[in-house]
Design a binder for this molecule. Structure first.
Ligand SMILES: [Zn+2]
Length: 473
């Protein structure tokens, strides 16, 4: 992956000149990389120019597509939008190198220049290649190196076109067509239903972690069915990992139009406090600075495993007593009464006594089932759904009263994943400032790993009074 981050920063720089007009123009250019364009081009050439030329173009396009697919899966490189989702004006699930659009455009340009007897071909041909290649970078689909690779292969294919003679044509055509149709691309997800999609991301917070998205929706727009589907997938994964610890993490960013997704992060069981904190610090580091990049091949392998898991595991309806009590802090009525800021049917919303937020009135809330649920595995679907909906309500109320820019949501199962109270709770930390500088990131890193110090008693009581007002008025 050496040097990819440099090229990534070029594209990020390029995006500072983004305008709606350019977006639409380059999205339109994507048409020239679709099978529809080829299906229109071939008969047009065949009917109005020359039947044999139409046939040759069809053959070369099929051959180019096949060569491109084989190379893509051989090199197995990520696309810009795999590494920075904000760059993906359009997205694709296949690997990035080399660019098929660059390859086909230079091939078609060569054929045009060879066959067209008109001086304008020296303008239209190169201009077409230039616009197509630039559009692939602008759209976040390709790195400059993918384009260069595609151009190189396209030129080689053009030389092959020059050598093509009639006798070999039919054999090559049939072999190419057969190979093209026998080649299946990988799927982009391993589970989907009418509400959500689950896939292995290109950058992971931990080995084997996966993400759940609800049709590109932001968190505030998730509905009951989205939450229920997500709950079932998380429970199936929890069953698959048996008694192993895990974290479920999501960030709702209000400063940009990013979609919300949960990331299910499996942890290893550890026997000592050092490796436990090390593991948590690694994940917190990746949350702040970006996850580990994995190849498309690794993604496909992990997705194949999860696909089986979700086919095989159908979580049964869990039945747990409504009135069960434990002797943890969240079953302690004194704690509940003093920190409660909002009460639901089966869920209490408490203000965290040691908030890890930022600024005045640090916003750190816990959504806790009233019945004693040791961890996520014991949580019922209704409890999960209500906790999620209450967290959406709290985000909405905070946004009305304050300039909330980011909302971090997470829940942890077992001590190795950082669960400190053995009674399930969903964390919501909302911040007013995106704070992307290194110092804030490091202080976040520390607090997410080790927690923050408790507020003094009177300050805590003051914050709770404040938030009871904000949330219940
Ligand atoms: Zn409890």
């Amino acid at each position: 992956m050496l040097g990819l981050s440099t090229e990534l920063s070029w594209i990020q720089g390029l995006h500072s000149i983004r305008t709606p007009f350019l977006d639409n123009f380059f999205i339109f250019c994507n048409f020239f990389d679709t099978v529809y364009f080829i299906l229109i081009l071939i008969p047009l050439v065949g009917i109005f120019v020359n039947r044999k030329l139409g046939f040759r173009i069809a053959l070369m396009c099929a051959l180019s597509a096949l060569v491109n697919k084989l190379l893509k899966y051989t090199f197995d490189m990520p696309r810009p939008h795999d590494l920075d989702a904000a760059l993906g004006i359009l997205t694709a699930s296949t690997p990035g190198f080399p660019s098929g659009a660059a390859q086909t455009s230079v091939l078609l340009c060569g054929i045009l220049i060879k066959e067209w007897r008109n001086r304008w071909k020296w303008v239209f041909g190169p201009l077409y290649v230039l616009i197509i290649c630039f559009s692939r970078i602008y759209l976040g689909l390709h790195f400059p190196r993918d384009i260069l690779g595609g151009l190189f292969i396209g030129v080689l294919l053009f030389f092959f076109y020059l050598k093509l003679d009639k006798s070999r044509t039919e054999v090559i055509a049939m072999a190419t067509a057969a190979l093209t149709f026998s080649f299946q691309p990988v799927q982009g997800y391993f589970y989907y239903d009418a509400h959500i999609e689950a896939s292995v991301p290109a950058r992971q917070l931990a080995p084997k972690s996966f993400v759940i998205e609800a049709q590109q929706k932001r968190y505030e727009l998730w509905d009951t069915n989205d939450h229920k589907s997500a709950y079932r997938v998380m429970q199936a994964a929890a069953d698959y990992f048996q008694n192993d610890p895990f974290l479920v993490y999501g960030l709702n960013d209000h400063t940009e139009d990013s979609l919300f997704r949960w990331e299910f992060v499996p942890y290893r069981k550890t026997s000592n406090v050092f490796s436990r904190h090390w593991q948590q610090a690694c994940v917190a580091y990746r949350v702040m600075f970006g996850g580990t990049i994995i190849s498309a091949k690794q993604r496909a392998e992990q997705e194949a495993i999860y696909e089986k898991v979700l086919d095989a595991v159908r979580p049964e309806d869990r039945v747990y007593s409504e009135n069960e009590k434990g002797n943890d802090a969240f079953c302690d009525s004194k704690v509940i009464n003093s920190q409660l800021v909002l009460e639901g049917k089966q869920i209490n919303v408490l203000y965290n006594y040691a908030p890890i937020g930022q600024g005045e009135h640090k916003a750190h809330f816990l959504f806790i089932p009233k019945a004693h649920r040791k961890d996520f595995r014991e949580l019922t679907e209704e409890e999960y759904t209500e906790a999620s909906q209450l967290s959406q309500f709290v985000i909405d109320r905070l946004k009305e009263t304050r300039n909330i820019q980011r909302a971090y949501l997470f829940h942890k199962t077992q001590i190795d994943a950082g669960q400190t109270v053995p009674h399930w709770h969903l964390h919501l930390v909302a911040t007013e400032n995106p704070r992307n500088d290194l110092l804030s990131k490091i202080s976040w890193l520390y607090r997410m790993t080790f927690g923050a110090s408790p507020l003094p008693k009177n300050k805590l009581a003051e914050e709770i009074r404040y938030y009871r007002g904000v949330l219940t008025q």
